[in-house]
Design a protein around this ligand. Structure first.
Ligand code: ATP
Ligand code: MG
Length: 313
């Protein structure tokens, strides 16, 4: 067996703010094999983007990152800036939520993709890249405003693939799209993942979208992982009370009627500067007892390849 592509150990990300330090990620450990897709889910503010961006040190100045991040055997947190810049495109690329807004409105998409290839010394060809993301070659002359939101997001995916990275970090790439287009872009990512052997971290607040793409899931709450395990089994029967509540809040893709009230997930996630004692989910947890408020639980194996951080499991 080869080593995992990515190994993260005890990652902490702390922002600097006028109110004081903001501990957005508080000890995350995970690994990702080559060609594997990890779905990272959790409510808004749970630290998903902070965690993912810290993997490539894409954080604001003044932010502290501790722990370790090893990508293809290299220590990312110790890399010199030049090496880091090269790694960011050639080995790991990012597609952001609403990333299409970074397309330059006055340049044809062909030119923008070519620039990404040239700047980062990729060897992809614009027309081939476009075709791979499902945009006909002749559309390469289009300006961004001539494309739909879904097509623009496809262009962003094509740019991310310009240097043939091994890892793609997709941070809510489909959230701004309508349900049909969302399903198409998800299918595209799943196909690319399979055809190119890409490893992917796919971030979403909606667990149900992960059934198309993820091999494994990781669920985040208040800057920590609360459950991680095989995607299919977890989507069928999550074990941690938080994952269960999150799954109930977003039952199935395309089912608009069920998206109304997030049943079983009353209250708000905690402010990172005022995280509850013990298990951070205990104030919202239907099965919490006094012990949960006093005891901080680490992730532990509940069945092979499946871990949860809950006293009751
Ligand atoms: N630059 C920053 N300075 C201070 N606090 C920040 C900064 N960026 C994010 N935070 C805080 O860190 C916490 C985690 O934010 P993050 O964006 O990682 O969450 P998320 O899980 O990606 O949420 P969403 O689903 O809304 O994208 C939040 O409380 C957020 O307000
Ligand atoms: Mg985010």
């Amino acid at each position: 067996m080869s080593d995992p592509l990515l190994v993260v150990r005890d990652l902490h990300v702390t922002y600097r703010s006028s109110r004081g330090p903001v501990p957005a990620v508080r000890g995350v450990s995970l690994h990702l094999d080559r060609g594997e897709t990890l779905g990272l889910a959790g409510e808004s503010g749970s630290g998903k983007s902070s965690m993912a961006m810290a993997l490539l040190r894409l954080v604001p100045v003044g932010t502290t990152i501790t722990g370790s991040v090893t990508l293809a055997g290299e220590d990312v947190l110790a890399m010199k800036p030049g090496r880091l810049r090269a790694v960011r495109w050639a080995e790991a690329a990012v597609v952001f939520q609403g990333a299409q807004h970074v397309l330059n409105p006055v340049h044809r998409i062909r030119r923008q993709i070519q620039e990404a290839i040239d700047t980062h010394r990729g060897n992809g060809k614009v027309a081939d890249l476009l075709e791979q993301v499902g945009i006909p070659r002749w559309r390469s002359d289009a300006y961004p405003h001539e494309l739909s939101g879904g097509q623009k997001q496809r262009v962003m995916i094509a740019m991310a693939l310009a240097c043939d990275p091994e890892l793609l970090i997709a941070d809510e790439p489909t959230t701004a799209l309508d349900v049909m287009v969302q399903a198409q872009v998800l299918q595209l990512l799943a196909d690319l993942q399979r055809d190119r052997g890409l490893a992917m971290i796919f971030i979403t607040h909606d667990l149900s979208v992960l059934s198309t793409v993820a091999d494994r899931l990781a669920v985040m709450y208040a800057g920590r992982l609360v459950e991680t395990g095989p995607a299919k089994e977890m989507l069928r029967g999550a074990r941690h009370p938080y994952t269960k509540a999150l799954a109930a809040a977003f039952p199935t893709i395309g089912d608009q009627s069920s998206r109304l009230a997030p049943s079983g997930l009353a209250g708000d996630p905690p402010d990172p500067m005022a995280v509850p004692s013990g298990c951070p989910f205990h104030p919202r947890c239907p099965i919490a007892t006094e012990e949960c408020a006093a005891t901080m639980v680490e992730l532990h194996e509940i069945s092979p390849g499946w871990e949860a951080a809950c006293l009751k499991l």
